[in-house]
Design a protein around this ligand. Structure first.
Ligand SMILES: [Mg+2]
Length: 244
């Protein structure tokens, strides 16, 4: 595995790779601090020693591809914990490779009530995600961060029985991911398979939500695009972000 995992919080794993720099370089950050310039804008500056002008193109806002895990990355089997039970959803690696190429950070946001219910532990979850990350890396498509919500308001045991803003349709994981990786939520996209995924994306103001599969498509409210495969998302990204 090329990245190292770092636990920042009981519900977060961020895979940091050496080449990822969070935040802007100091010189560019200075321009942002000047107040009248926005990310993505080009601005001519006057060189101090002569009339020659040069243009600095500031980096575009970073954007995220938020992925639900169960039913989007792996087939839904119910309380997944063992690598041998993982069946990756067709197209997931290609989607992530394309998204990275187009400048997206890839974040997993997943409700894990199996932890709340005592079916498996936080450490079990972390082990499975590190195994998954190794599989992604092997396929040339790494994950940048993983957030999970281990709480459930009714079925949780002990300290895990509680409401939490992270539990989708809550937006806690989306907002924290955006903050940690310096993302613009308005430029970001989510793929889920539940109405709660769509609701979280809509509340957080994401650019686009996709709902994979047919189980909840008809009954979900809100703004989303139903899709039958992850290839639909990849095609959408290419059309909207690469002009293909
Ligand atoms: Mg799901």
């Amino acid at each position: 595995m090329t990245g190292q995992s770092l636990w920042l919080h009981s519900a977060e794993i961020i895979f940091r790779k050496p080449f990822i720099c969070l935040g802007l370089p100091g010189s560019i950050a200075g321009w942002r601090g000047a107040g009248k310039i926005r990310e993505g804008e080009a601005r001519p500056i006057q060189a101090s020693t002569g009339p020659m002008q040069e243009t600095i193109k500031l980096p575009r806002p970073r954007r995220g591809l938020f992925l639900d895990r169960d039913g989007v990355i792996n087939e839904e089997v119910g309380y997944l914990v063992h690598p041998q039970d993982v069946r990756f959803v067709p197209g997931i690696f290609s989607l992530c490779r394309t998204a990275h190429r187009l400048g997206y950070q890839i974040l997993v946001i997943t409700n894990q009530s199996g932890i709340a219910r005592g079916y498996y532990s936080e450490a079990d979850f972390q082990r499975l995600m590190e195994w998954m990350q190794a599989e992604f890396v092997r396929e040339g498509a790494s994950l940048d961060a993983v957030y999970h919500c281990p709480f459930h308001p009714e079925h949780g045991v002990g300290e895990y029985r509680r409401e939490h803003e992270d539990r989708k349709p809550g937006t806690g994981m989306l907002r924290r991911g955006a903050r940690d990786l310096n993302l613009s939520l308005e430029q970001s996209v989510l793929v889920g398979d539940r109405c709660s995924d769509v609701a979280a994306a809509n509340t957080a103001g994401l650019r686009q939500a996709f709902l994979l599969g047919t189980t909840e498509t008809i009954s979900c409210k809100g703004s989303f695009q139903p899709i039958s495969s992850l290839e639909d998302v990849e095609r959408w990204l290419l059309q909207h972000d690469a002009g293909i």
